[in-house]
Design a protein around this ligand. Structure first.
Ligand code: PMP
Ligand code: GLU
Length: 394
């Protein structure tokens, strides 16, 4: 008898984490696996942030923090929003959580009723779909292709809106496509949204600083959007702090209050030491990240250059984040080393066993024609991984 709840039985496992676990397991068995599965910077957390954490331990920040985050941190986050995004949030509009993932979970739980539709431009980040489903929402996917740089048009957005549409969730720079919406493109989407005042937008800006396009625009900064946008951000990616588990939102005050109420019953707030360290991170000039951003940029060029030489792969040039999302559909139906590749899942498993390279299938992100490869690893590893993929596909 299955004694687990329907809720968990209906939940899919995170495919990014599942592939990372499988790659780890195969490595432990002695296989020479190169994992391009998990999106996780391979840098160390900058020293000034580590020092702030050590200081916080010595200063005995060891009791429960305020549920929505320390006031000093919320003030620092407001300064960051002003400095980087020209957004005027007050501390009462900020909620600090255990990673941006929890911020997103909170939002879903406090905003979505059963049957509410949530528009997801596809490809979308893997966990949006399940987080929305868990809250009773209905994800409505809006497909895009590599040819249009995986971005939706205002016409597509308009066509996806129904009287049941409650929200739209998207990330820019996008995980998995690396696409960045510029101000003009966002303004086009806002023009449509302005006709449908009931729709709230979740703008996931966690890759804000890992952006090679030279432009970045928060949708909340476009007139009319501040009161209907929840801006999600965190320190995991830009500051190489994935394990510290701190994310945050800037939102209309009633939404921030609701998220605080939620986490008051669920987590009691985010880790106190990590919060103190995050004050140093968000207060720092983003220039301190330039060595990491430059390294990602160089790797992007390397990976795109090498992958373009592989026949059968179609690629956009990602402008941010640290993933490539090639369309591999022209390989479907082919037989390689005696194995028929029917879909991206087959190809991902084939590459794992034949090339010892771990990738994530595009299905997880709402685009079954693609594979996602993270380039958050060394140039040597990337060069070797793509050489192996090329050989396995010959
Ligand atoms: N949003 C996107 C687009 C991501 O790629 C990730 C990856 N972890 C998250 C949110 C979650 O971030 P965190 O590690 O802060 O929970
Ligand atoms: N965001 C990363 C990724 O997409 C980390 C994994 C996760 O949180 O699911 O790979």
């Amino acid at each position: 008898m299955n004694q687990l709840s329907d809720r968990i039985n209906n939940l899919s496992t995170s495919q990014t984490l599942a592939m990372a676990a499988l790659a780890r397991e195969l490595k432990a068995q002695g296989k020479d696996i190169i994992s391009l599965s998990l999106g996780e910077p391979d840098f160390n957390t900058p020293d000034f942030i580590k020092e702030a954490a050590k200081k916080a331990i010595d200063e005995n920040y060891s009791t429960y923090p305020p549920v929505d985050g320390y006031m000093e941190l919320k003030e620092a986050i407001c300064r960051k929003f002003k400095r980087d995004n020209n957004l005027d949030y007050k501390p009462s509009q900020i909620v600090v959580s255990t990673g941006a993932k929890q911020s997103l979970y909170n939002i879903a739980q406090v905003m979505i009723n059963d049957g509410d539709e949530v528009i997801l431009p596809a490809p979308y980040w893997v966990s949006y779909y399940e987080i929305i489903k868990m809250a009773g929402g209905i994800p409505v996917e809006v497909p895009t292709t590599v040819e249009n740089d995986f971005k939706i048009t205002p016409e597509q957005l308009e066509a996806a809106i129904t009287p049941k549409t409650k929200m739209m969730w998207f990330s820019s720079p996008c995980n998995p496509s690396g696409s960045v919406y510029n101000r003009e493109e966002l303004t086009g989407l806002v023009r449509v949204l302005s006709k449908h005042q009931q729709i709230f937008v979740v703008s996931d800006e966690i890759y804000e600083h890992i952006n090679f396009s030279g432009t970045f625009c928060s949708i909340a900064s476009i007139p009319g959007m501040m009161d209907r946008t929840i801006t999600v951000n965190g320190v995991a990616k830009a500051f190489a702090m994935t394990g510290w588990r701190i994310g945050y939102i800037g939102a209309p005050e009633f939404i921030a209050k609701a998220c605080t109420k939620m986490q008051g019953q669920v987590t009691s707030g985010a880790n106190s030491i990590a919060q103190r360290a995050t004050i140093a991170a968000v207060d720092a000039d983003p220039k301190v990240l330039s060595h990491m951003v430059e390294a990602f940029h160089k790797r992007r060029d390397l990976v795109v250059g090498l992958m373009k030489e592989i026949p059968g792969i179609k690629l956009n040039v990602p402008e941010g984040a640290f993933y490539v999302f090639p369309d591999v559909s022209s390989l479907f139906g082919k037989t390689l080393r005696g194995r028929t590749i029917n879909n991206a899942e087959d190809l991902s498993m084939y590459l794992l066993s034949e090339a010892n390279v771990a990738t994530v299938t595009g299905d997880a992100f709402g685009n079954p024609d693609c594979l996602r490869l993270s380039y958050a690893t060394s140039e040597e590893q990337l060069t070797e991984a793509i050489k192996r993929i090329k050989e396995a596909l010959e």
